[in-house]
Design a protein around this ligand. Structure first.
Ligand code: E4P
Length: 217
């Protein structure tokens, strides 16, 4: 399963990419609005750092505007994936952009029907938001399992990009279900590393080694 960072923050991205576990980046207008500077330059830098798919979202709400913005975003770098919201207009824009060879990530997916329609118009990725469903007492992970089943039934090549992840359990469950990608805030990626028994085990190994060295000396 691929792991993306859900962030527009260069410092976070620069600190995580050298670990070798990051395959791509997702941004959205809320994330980029937090970053000072020109958003196109930020996106270019992100692409140069990660050298992998980098989702950049349109803010137009009509298909024509989305297509125009999508083309501008795609021109920033070959790694850019154009993100469009799941609306009727977004579906039209996805069809048009995908037909001209631009990769499209259809975002704000909250039902299996929406994922199915996005796959039918050639989306490269669909982004179901698990955390926001959990927030309203609906299982986000059930949505993932339904989309996995539907895409397997028809051999869609659209990849399932699990978004709005809030903790390690979302990532583990997504991997068990066979989702293609999880995009995570930096703090969720940090949490994947942590286990108290690893820390205790390492401290004991080092202490035992040091004790043995001082006895021999
Ligand atoms: C995905 O592409 C979105 O940017 C993101 O995962 C939304 O997450 P949130 O629900 O934590 O804002």
């Amino acid at each position: 399963m691929k792991l993306f960072i859900d962030s527009g923050n260069l410092k976070e991205i620069e600190s995580l990419v050298p670990l070798g576990i990051i395959d791509g980046i997702t941004t959205n207008p809320s994330l980029l609005a937090k970053e000072p500077g020109d958003y196109k330059q930020i996106l270019k830098k992100i692409c140069q750092i990660v050298q992998g798919p980098t989702s950049a979202e349109v803010v137009a709400t009509d298909a024509e505007g989305m297509i125009r913005e999508g083309r501008e975003l795609a021109a920033i770098d070959d790694h850019i994936v154009v993100k469009v919201p799941f609306t009727r207009e977004g579906v039209k824009a996805c069809k048009a952009l995908s037909s001209e060879g631009t990769r499209v990530n259809v975002t704000l997916i909250f039902s299996p029907a929406q994922a199915l329609l996005a796959a039918k118009v050639g989306a490269t990725y669909v982004s179901p938001f698990v955390g926001r469903l959990d927030d309203i007492a609906t299982s986000g992970m059930n949505l993932i399992s339904e989309i996995v089943e539907i895409f397997e039934n028809y051999q869609f090549t659209t990849e399932i990009l699990v978004a709005s992840t809030r903790g390690p359990m979302h990532i583990i469950e997504a991997a068990r279900m066979g989702a293609d990608i999880c995009t995570c805030p930096a703090k969720v990626i940090d949490a994947l590393f942590n286990h108290p028994l690893t820390d205790i085990g390492l401290a004991n190994f080092l202490k035992d080694w040091e004790t043995a060295q001082s006895v021999r000396a």
